[in-house]
Design a protein around this ligand. Sequence first.
Ligand SMILES: [Fe+2]
Length: 360
Amino acid sequence: MAFVIALLTGRCTYSLGDGGYDLSRFRENAELSSVPDELRGIVQTNGEAARAISAQNDGGDLRFVIIGDTISDNNGTFRTFLGEIAALDPRPSFIVHLGDRVVSPVVDYYGTYLRAISDPPCPILHVDGNHDVREEGERISRAFFGDKDFFFDRDDMRFVFMSNVHGDGDPGFSRKQLAWLEDKLKAPYPPRKFFFAHVPPKAPFKKINPGLYSLFTPRLENEGEFLDILARHNVVLAAFGHRHVHASVVHNGALMIITGGGGQRNFLEPAVDEPRFTKKNHYTLVDIPTSGPYEPFEGVLSCMGKGKEILSISSFFQASPFANGGDISVALRPYPASAGGPFRPGTPASTRLGSSSRTP
Ligand SMILES: [Fe+2]
């Protein structure tokens, strides 16, 4: 029975590996909520990562990675992906970790996670997952990563990150959080908005929850209001983890993706026959060529498996929000979409995407 419960709750065991930082002081001292002196500076906080990204911004094309649910034996899958991300040319500007990087005992697994990211290929921005805030995890997450609801701007793009996990409570967004989100998205500039959180909303992903699976997939707290805010402010892309699969759909004009294949087991996930869906371990690579606020906006979404295998690749398009009365719903297209696409057809996203790869 305990095994069945473990399966249903996802509390599988993973080997811990050696060499993790010693965070036992968080277990011994329930008041500890800051980084111990001997561990200061081993990883960037979210604020430090955002400032580092802004400092490196050269105003050119943007490439970034989204990954989630990276727990595996010895963090092996995640460390493999970090190595492959480091070898990408050009190297991504940043990685978004969508949460679930530890399991119980959180103190020990967090020590190994922090060691795994101590020499990252680029700044990493951290969103909390439900596993990350259990036991001592909330204090460790705040000590090492700082803010859990935050944003930064890069040229005409705004990136907004939120926590929708609350210990063992139901996932979702409080009214106060939704007011904060509305405030961050309503600004007309920067016009292109991106959003990241751990637990996906239910409504956009009905097709990956067939039959009984739907019963085990609750709606988020205040899900309707949350989705309305994303649609009202023409969010380009909203990314979530928690489910250990890749799925990507357009819902109410926004590109919605689940990309939680960073290592955690997923034998309980349904295998559905949907475009771009995969249960294979993966991360998602996003390439966005330079465009002005008065120009159409087009990017490439690549689901990357181990060994740089391209599991799926699509382009996503949004017209200028300043166009006269135009529909700015995002369109998701097979890649290469057309001769007018942003990158030369057939050019894998894992290879260099410089100016020579543009279609004239
Ligand atoms: Fe999760």
